[in-house]
Design a protein around this ligand. Structure first.
Ligand code: GLA
Length: 418
């Protein structure tokens, strides 16, 4: 089976709009889908029934609020995870990945949390979560090949992309009759209950519901979205993503701890979730929280939800260009709150954000869960390369890993490619 690095250079895409030595482009979707079908043919000796894919995401604002029923503003990326699949008349599931060696074989009847480890757990978790939708007790007989083109470990939701591509494939192959929100909930259950990562629903919602040219105003109470235009190129702007390549250390434990602290805060305030707290009543309301750390965690979540509300209202009212200063100030405030109150940034994230701001970005912040991963910066299109240069220089000066860069254009959610 070929390794991704053996594969031909992808054809140029719209993400090449400002090519330069520092800015990588997104892999071309049709080419990658055909390539995944070929990998399937090589792996199993016959053609797949189809190829499905789902995107990674960046969150423009609204961080660490999804598990408190908050509002977020993600957009799907052009980087996607592809799944070539075929039904088989068995109760076995056979998996291969373009990014890993070997074949994984699972018994569809015996899928239980804790029984599968590593990347196959994300696939198995979705099979497990959707099993109730199979009609007449028919088994999951399946062959699959996965090709993940969302950068791994970059905080861009490669795992949700995999879960949601598998859910899209199962929906079509087994005619499950699920609604998009049921597939979002199944992917969340796969991650929470099968894999054992206590994440919220931001990533899965973006992966399923992404819309080209749009960001999604996402309400995590019910995972409903309102697409808002996010057409930066037409306004001479760009969103620069910096994958800091800083190691995610202690991610699982720290993330779960933040989530627990947010639950303690809601309990102390006597609300179901922190979404129910009126930001107009701060800081007085926070006095009911005795623990100083928990109080700061609550302040981040309550103010962050309000910042998303404001950015959403701005985007509904006019262009990004027309309201740059206000949007930039809200993005900056989000990062500062995540650094000071929520304490999920690390030196590589702060360095990339500070350097972007110093190089003239209109707002910069970390995106995703933090403790490593990526930052975003809203920049003039013709300055993207220069801002990237400054971020790279700052990382080098501080002895941090050399970052990777690309421009993010909003792509589509999960769907069938071939
Ligand atoms: C990770 C989680 C999401 C969300 C973000 C922070 O990406 O998977 O559910 O909590 O962190 O906004």
């Amino acid at each position: 089976m070929s390794h991704p690095s053996d594969q031909p250079t992808p054809a140029p895409t719209a993400a090449d709009a400002a090519p330069g030595p520092r800015l990588a482009s997104a892999p071309d979707r049709e080419l990658r889908a055909r390539r995944t079908a070929e990998l399937f043919q090589d792996a199993w000796g016959y053609a797949p029934d189809g190829v499905w894919s789902a995107p990674g995401r960046v969150n423009l604002i609204g961080e660490h609020v999804d598990y408190q029923d908050g509002l977020c503003l993600p957009m799907a990326l052009e980087h996607r995870t592809y799944v070539a699949a075929a039904r088989t008349p068995t109760d076995r599931v056979r998996l291969r990945s373009a990014q890993a060696e070997g074949v994984v074989e699972l018994s569809a009847k015996d899928l239980e949390p804790g029984t599968v480890a590593g990347w196959p757990a994300y696939v198995a978790g979705v099979l497990w979560a959707l099993r109730g939708h199979l009609s007449g007790g028919e088994p999951w007989g399946l062959d699959l090949v996965v090709d993940g083109q969302v950068p791994l470990g970059a905080g861009l939701s490669s795992s949700a992309a995999l879960e949601c591509a598998v859910a899209a494939a199962l929906e079509d192959l087994f005619t499950l009759g699920t609604e998009p929100v049921e597939r979002i909930r199944a992917a969340i259950r796969a991650e929470n209950d099968f894999v054992g990562a206590a994440t919220g629903g931001l990533d899965q919602s973006a992966a399923v519901l992404g819309r080209r040219g749009h960001a999604l105003l996402l309400d995590c109470r019910d995972f409903s979205v309102e697409p808002v235009p996010w057409d930066l190129a037409a306004q001479g702007l760009a969103l620069l993503i910096t994958d800091t390549r800083a190691e995610h250390s202690l991610v699982g434990g720290e993330y779960a701890e933040r989530r627990r602290q947010s639950e303690q805060a809601a309990e102390a305030l006597g609300v179901g979730t922190l979404r129910d707290v009126d930001p107009a009543g701060l800081p007085g309301a926070l006095e009911a929280i005795a623990d100083e750390t928990v109080r700061r965690r609550a302040r981040h979540i309550i103010t962050e939800i309000e910042r998303v509300r404001r950015v959403g209202a701005l985007l509904e009212a006019g262009s990004v260009r027309g309201q740059l200063d206000q949007i930039a100030a809200l993005m900056d405030a989000s990062h500062d709150s995540l650094r000071d109150d929520y304490e999920v940034t690390v030196p590589a994230l702060d360095s990339a954000v500070d350097a972007a701001r110093a190089a003239g970005a209109h707002g910069a912040r970390m995106t995703g869960g933090g403790f490593g991963g990526s930052t975003i910066a809203l920049v003039e299109h013709d300055r993207a390369e220069a801002v990237a240069e400054e971020i790279a220089r700052a990382a080098e000066t501080r002895g941090l890993p050399a970052p990777h860069f690309f421009l993010a254009l909003p792509g589509d959610g999960a769907g069938r490619d071939l």
